[in-house]
Design a protein around this ligand. Structure first.
Ligand code: UD1
Ligand code: UDP
Length: 384
């Protein structure tokens, strides 16, 4: 008889919640596992939107977010809060996701309590410790601490092997974001939001934009927004839709440069469902987000990534994602080219799925079974 075991899933921001929701659902349905959720609430409103959509009620909520929080604030508040939760809850395993400060601190607290950590979305590397900042190091440090590594792709597994991690504890699972995406997007979807209902997707080419990276705050963001402003001015059939991240530093710049432009629709962060359906109806995506680089390719939407490098090279190789950096010149020129040259656009607008097949959370569950000795075989690796 298998003795029931307890897993504590820890997350704190919007993307972690989206990508952990399918895992939480899979764990909750398993009769041999007790699943609990602890949120640091490094994000508040943007996290709550996701918890609500996926009907996740956290058992613990540290509510740490403060306006304009620094890395020191997040790290220290989350670490002390998680100490108390772990000492009370005493789980058999902690699961963390990705590369946020909550991720790293969640793994560190579990290590201090000598509880094994499973790292979902392990092994992505940009190779530059300051970009994305602080995510590249958060992810590497979490990798060092973790016992189980759920690598989305073969490349991610290779990155981990290169750093000396043993192959027995690495599972190639795909990315859970595709599980979440496939259950949320639909061609017949109709928007409820007045700003989106009004959009003319037939007569206008909609460009969806998101930005938030810490290393892009200030001058890089200024350049991005100026390039977008000039593109909209030049192409009367282009509308920019920009759900603006809650970070006040991002908001101030967006408002200053794009606030008064015609055909620029600035809106609050969208719920996940309208957001992915907005991507699905868009012509093009401009973003510095990580998750969008994984979602948009499977929808066949070209993505221009407003960063100098990426830890997600698979879609770049496949051709749907292009790195354009953060200079005005390059962003303006590349966007203009894609809007003017149909062949160049069509070449990028191919649906590719290097990141998953919708079965990732099931594989992660199987991998945990395997590691606990409940199942002999390793799960079949995800492959494309
Ligand atoms: C964080 C993560 C980043 C992730 C991103 C996803 C770190 C260091 N950064 O960056 O890896 O890609 O989330 O969006 O872990 N705010 C609100 N309400 C919210 C969310 C944020 O008001 O629901 C505001 C607050 O003023 C907060 C600021 O945004 O201080 C920045 O939030 P923070 O979590 O520090 O950084 P992000 O840029 O969101
Ligand atoms: N997203 C959302 N509403 C929005 C913008 C983005 O639900 O208004 C989703 C998006 O589909 C993706 C995730 O949020 O799954 C990406 O989050 P973000 O860009 O904040 O973080 P990153 O992926 O860069 O860590």
């Amino acid at each position: 008889m298998m003795e029931k075991r307890k897993i504590l899933v820890v997350f704190g921001t919007r993307p972690e919640a989206i990508k952990m929701a399918p895992v939480v659902k899979a764990l909750e349905q398993d009769e041999h596992i007790t699943c609990r959720v602890a949120v640091t609430a490094q994000h508040r409103e943007m996290l709550d939107q996701v918890l609500h959509l996926f009907a996740i009620q956290p058992h613990y909520d540290l509510n740490i977010m403060k306006a304009g929080q620094t890395l020191y604030d997040i790290t220290s508040r989350a670490l002390l809060g998680l100490r108390d939760i772990l000492q009370e809850d005493k789980p058999d395993m902690v699961l963390v996701h990705g590369d946020t400060t909550t991720t790293f601190v969640g793994s560190l607290a579990a290590f201090y309590e000598q509880i094994p950590v499973g790292h979902v979305e392990a092994g992505l590397r940009s190779g530059d410790k300051y970009s994305p900042f602080p995510e590249e190091l958060n992810r590497r440090l979490t990798g060092v601490i973790s016992t189980l590594h759920f690598a989305p792709t073969t490349q991610a597994r290779e990155n981990l092997l290169r750093e000396g991690l043993g192959e027995d504890n690495i599972y190639i699972t795909g990315n859970t974001v595709i599980d979440a995406l496939l259950e949320t997007v639909g061609d017949t979807y109709e928007f409820q939001e007045p700003a989106l209902k009004k959009l003319d997707f037939q007569g206008q080419r909609v460009i969806t934009v998101t930005t938030h990276r810490r290393e892009n705050l200030g001058e890089p963001m200024r350049q991005m927004y100026r390039a977008m402003r000039d593109i909209v001015r030049e192409f009367p059939d282009v509308t920019l839709v920009f759900p603006v991240h809650k970070n006040p530093a991002v908001r101030a710049l967006v408002k200053e440069i794009l606030g008064a432009e015609e055909r620029v629709v600035l809106i609050e962060p969208l719920d996940y469902q309208p957001f992915v359906n907005l991507m699905n109806k868009s012509h093009l995506i401009l973003t510095d987000s990580g998750g969008l680089q994984e979602e948009a390719p499977s929808l066949g939407k070209p993505v221009l990534v407003l960063r100098e490098n990426t830890e997600r090279p698979e879609a770049v190789k496949a051709g749907t994602v292009q790195l354009v950096g953060t200079s005005y010149e390059k962003i303006y020129k590349t966007t203009k080219e894609l809007l003017s040259n149909e062949a160049a656009y069509e070449k990028m607008a191919q649906a590719v799925n290097p990141y998953g097949d919708g079965q990732t959370s099931a594989r992660i569950l199987e991998a945990i079974y395997h590691w606990w000795g409940w199942k002999e075989e390793k799960p079949q690796p995800f492959s494309r």
